[in-house]
Design a protein around this ligand. Structure first.
Ligand code: SF4
Length: 374
């Protein structure tokens, strides 16, 4: 249990906002179990628990239900939630400070609700750390990082699959794939509006309406996508011509026309089966690096979440993907794990492992606790 601390100096809304934004791991419940947030729930508003319909993985136990937020864990008791039937479906109690004596919150239904202590702001830690980190010492001793990065990479694939699972369940794998392809092609500048476009113009409707007499299928699909995107607030300023929303939509049309040729039903594309490679995601305007991104962010996570391709084949395809190139924010980590002469991120899977390591450990001051610190 965490020792009681001074009163929190931020409003409860800040804590709820952090929870709503999606909290990445590593998280640890007061009872010692690790916690992974698959879906933080929907802000409820009004009376009752703060979030409903959350999906959580508590040390391997899948929890589905409501989440209640308090600055102090004792707020549960003071507000009378322990005897309120409206709070009977709470599966997680989030508090900035656990000022209660136990690791669980009690509801009169007899249920013990796990408690998570969470600060309103993510901890601000120095990166790079002000010392030689354990990963650099390990590498200097000749221990290659490849196996750990592969393992972390596979974990990132499973996280991506878990995130897309609700969309697969609600709309089917083909629509989920289409939406993630658009988001990926939208890139940092237009991810949100491209995601909105996938909702405005679902795949089935696009395939139905994307026909124009006398023009190619790619052009007809492109025209339909551009027409549906017209009311959306798209960012154009400061983008390279190839990254402009118009060009990205034309590329999306080329890929969609390749996967769903004339007459195809809006199901999972027949072209995407076992043995898939990044070349299956290439099309006019989609080069090697972007095709790898589409495979990493869209095809394989949806394939894993939906089961349209056997798990072993998805994982084999993931491991075989080449690296699309590294990211600037991984430069320090790359130098510690091998540097230019022995680059660690030699595949997309290892690069994804590096991103997970960087986000969940390195930038959270977790030297000493990360998989390279043993
Ligand atoms: S958290 Fe681990 S991988 Fe990251 S810098 Fe520290 S020792 Fe290296």
């Amino acid at each position: 249990m965490t020792a009681p601390a001074a009163p929190a100096s931020f409003p409860e809304a800040a804590l709820a906002a952090r929870w709503a934004a999606g909290v990445a791991g590593p998280l640890r419940l007061e009872d010692g179990r690790g916690l992974r947030v698959v879906f933080p729930g929907t802000p409820a508003g009004g009376s009752g628990p703060d979030f409903t319909g959350a999906i959580l993985d508590a040390g391997g136990d899948l929890l589905r239900g409501d989440v209640e937020i308090h600055l102090r864990a004792s707020g549960w008791r003071r507000h009378g939630h322990a005897t309120d039937v409206a709070y009977g479906g709470v599966v997680l109690h989030v508090a900035a400070v656990n000022d209660e004596p136990g690791a669980f919150t009690f509801h009169r239904s007899g249920r013990l609700i796990p408690v998570l202590v969470l600060e309103a702001e993510p901890p601000r830690t120095a990166f790079p750390p002000p010392f030689t980190p354990p990963c650099a010492i390990r590498t200097a001793r000749g221990q290659a990082p490849g196996d750990v990065l592969e393992r972390m990479g596979l974990r990132r694939l499973r996280i991506k699959a878990a995130r897309v699972s609700p969309a697969v369940a609600a709309h089917g794998p083909a629509q989920a794939l289409y939406a993630l392809v658009l988001e990926t092609l939208g890139g940092g500048a237009n991810r949100e509006p491209f995601a909105a476009l996938a909702r405005r113009l679902p795949l089935a409707l696009l395939l139905e309406t994307g026909r124009l007499a006398g023009v190619s299928r790619t052009m007809a699909l492109g025209a339909a996508l551009k027409g549906a995107a017209a009311p959306l607030a798209l960012r154009r300023a400061g983008l390279r011509p190839m990254a402009s929303p118009g060009r990205r939509l034309e590329s999306a049309a080329a890929l969609i026309s390749r996967w769903w040729p004339e007459g195809a039903t809006p199901g999972w594309p027949a072209a995407l089966g076992a043995g898939i490679t990044w070349k299956d995601a290439s099309a006019a305007g989609i080069g090697r690096a972007t095709a790898i991104e589409v495979t990493v962010n869209a095809i394989l996570p949806v394939a894993l979440a939906s089961g349209v391709i056997p798990v072993a084949d998805v994982e084999a395809a993931w491991r075989a993907l080449p690296s699309p190139g590294t990211y600037g924010r991984l430069a320090r980590l790359q130098s510690w794990l091998g540097g230019e002469h022995n680059p660690p991120f030699t595949s997309a899977s290892r690069l994804q492992g590096g991103l997970l390591l960087h986000g969940d450990y390195c930038t959270r001051g977790a030297c000493g606790r990360c998989p390279f610190s043993g």
